[in-house]
Design a binder for this molecule. Sequence first.
Ligand SMILES: [Zn+2]
Ligand SMILES: [Zn+2]
Length: 152
Amino acid sequence: MNNNALQALTERIALEYFQRPFQHRAYFNSRLRTTGGRYLLGSHDIEVNPKQYVAFGEAALVDIIKHELCHYYLHLDGKGYQHRDKDFKCLSQQVGAPRFCTPIQSYESRANYVYQCQSCHARYMRIRKVNTLRMRCGKCGGKLVDITNKDK
Ligand SMILES: [Zn+2]
Ligand SMILES: [Zn+2]
């Protein structure tokens, strides 16, 4: 799934669920952390978190896009486009979109690296890469090994 495919998917969802064209841009932004997507008030573009796609597949993308399109059309129409607004609640219900931008992933599914202690075999999950020369096992002080790819 690349940006072109995401754009095409967004245009299709707009026509299918909102019966309106999507005339701005939709693209992946890997810097999004806790939200699945974001609607930009200034440019009217929609950003999508690629990790949601990797973790949960296309169904998650459809949910995110529907949700962001609710923000998009309500904002363009000058209606209540925020989560707490009545217009937003109505529209998101109509199109079957989740009420919030999230799902915020659990720590476990956000973890990109897995380390294991060579002595006691305790496992540690980390979002960022750690220096295994410096970080030691919290239980026994043993040496940690990166087992990220062996684990998947
Ligand atoms: Zn939202
Ligand atoms: Zn240990």
